[in-house]
Design a protein around this ligand. Structure first.
Ligand code: ADP
Ligand code: MG
Length: 438
């Protein structure tokens, strides 16, 4: 009996509706070697189990009529028959379901509070206790590796404890989900997912930049939630007003509630964080070592964690005793590696991106205040974060004379002392470059 024969028999026996919807997707493969199992393939689990429970008997009867046997029915899933679309669909589904799971270790308890993050922390606590009431939206911004995702997920974890429905996604996942739903004409599902939650937590919204359609959809999602007094919390590496190519109506909405920043932590907070993290990881560090790490790493907490992991690995894998000398060597290595990894074009691209100008402007002869400032930032960071000499940097930037490089560095050093804004810009950029966040 061929698969076609089989279907023509089944078609006569089954209800036309069932046949059209499900049964005709069934493919008859063969009777297994012991002659007592008829093997079929169905496109997915759902159809397989539906047919099995409702039509097993009919299928058996059908076999009986044909060749006198009454085999058991086995329906396999035809994995290799999946269309490309279905495969992508599954991937996206996995992606979203994976990443929407909150990391249980990102809680308020495991977050060390200090002057650099106090305001963001307080706002996050308030929002998790009373979503949609006080600060809506809450917009948390700050440099890489300073705890934005941690705080955002802590809000989620706390709210889940209070039986709220929480959606946590990065803006990129939101966008993937959105384009996927358009392609598959499944907008209804998308909209109900994002508009029927108590808290929508969206990470890294700076990536909305230039994504017009996603901005449009996010605008409606935002309005719907805000009108229904549902909480929206967003993080970004910069203020709404500094996100390039973001429509004004979103910029203004992002500022409706509270914007709270996270700064690079001061020495005491860094010490407290190292203490907490080493305790959580079961590493025993002397006061001297903790102080040494805290005063020699200034870029991000992610980097601090990297150092702790290295210390732990050296101690347990190489059986080394944890002492100051060992930690000094590890840190030296880490700093050296960073310098070898950072390339001049990276520095230019990231500065240009962050300051919203074109990379080519920095290498041009333009002398507007914005471009001159960006060039100074590039020069300063290139000296700090790479092994390049002043003549190297001058050559790369198309400057004839490296005396202007040293002049720029001198000026930048002065600004680091006198201009708080300049200092913050430099520190945030340093962060991004060291953490390869570009
Ligand atoms: P961001 O999202 O701002 O780039 P993350 O939230 O991913 O940064 O933080 C990087 C790492 O540093 C995480 O492992 C996080 O737990 C840790 N971290 C950041 N800030 C703190 C803090 N104040 N206390 C404890 N851990 C922190
Ligand atoms: Mg993050």
């Amino acid at each position: 009996m061929t698969s076609k024969d089989f279907l023509s028999v089944i078609e006569k026996e089954a209800s036309p509706q069932d046949y059209q919807r499900y049964l005709k997707q069934l493919i008859y493969k063969k009777i297994s070697s012991d002659e007592n199992i008829a093997i079929f393939e169905a496109p997915n689990k759902f159809i397989a189990s539906w047919i099995k429970s409702k039509y097993s008997k009919l299928i058996q009867d059908c076999f009986e009529k044909f060749n006198g046997t009454k085999p058991k029915i086995e329906i396999k899933i035809s994995g290799e028959k999946k269309t490309k679309k279905e495969i992508i669909q599954e991937q996206v589904k996995n992606q979203t379901s994976e990443s929407t799971i909150l990391n249980p270790s990102y809680t308020f308890e495991s977050f060390v509070v200090g002057p650099s993050n106090q305001m963001a922390f307080n706002a996050a606590m308030a929002v998790s206790k009373k979503p949609g009431i006080q600060y809506n939206p809450l917009f948390i911004y700050g440099g890489t590796g300073l705890g934005k995702t941690h705080l955002l997920q802590a809000i989620g974890n706390e709210a889940v404890e209070h039986n709220k429905t929480v959606i946590y996604v990065t803006i990129e996942q939101f966008m993937n989900d959105f384009t996927f739903s358009i392609k598959n004409k499944n907008m209804e599902h998308f909209r109900s997912k994002y508009r029927e939650c108590d808290l929508l937590l969206i990470d890294d919204v700076q990536f909305l930049s230039g994504k017009e359609q996603t901005q449009e959809e996010f605008f409606h999602t935002f309005n719907e939630l805000h009108n229904a007094k549902k909480q929206v919390v967003m993080t970004s590496d910069r203020l709404p007003s500094q996100i390039a190519n973001l429509v004004d109506r979103l910029k203004s909405r992002f500022e409706w509630g509270l914007t709270a920043d996270i700064q690079i932590p001061g020495l005491e907070t860094k010490i407290a964080i190292i203490e907490k993290k080493s305790e959580l990881n079961g590493i025993n560090l002397s006061r001297e070592i903790i102080n040494y790490i805290a005063s020699n790493l200034d870029s991000s907490i992610r980097e601090l964690e990297g150092v702790l992991i290295r210390i732990n690995a050296s101690a347990s894998l190489l059986n080394q005793e944890i002492n100051l000398e060992m930690v000094q060597n590890l840190l030296k290595e880490q700093i050296k590696e960073t310098k070898e990894n950072v390339k001049l074009p990276d520095v230019i691209n990231i500065v240009a991106n962050q300051l919203n100008i074109k990379p080519s402007d920095i290498k041009s002869k333009k002398r507007t205040a914005t471009v001159a400032n960006a060039r100074r930032v590039v020069i300063y960071l290139a000296r700090e974060l790479t092994h390049n000499s002043m003549p190297d940097i001058a050559k790369f930037l198309g400057m004839k004379d490296h005396s202007s490089i040293s002049h720029n560095i001198k000026k930048a050093n002065e600004l680091m002392e006198s201009d708080e804004n300049f200092k913050i810009i430099i520190e945030n950029l340093k962060n991004k470059i060291i953490n390869k966040d570009y």
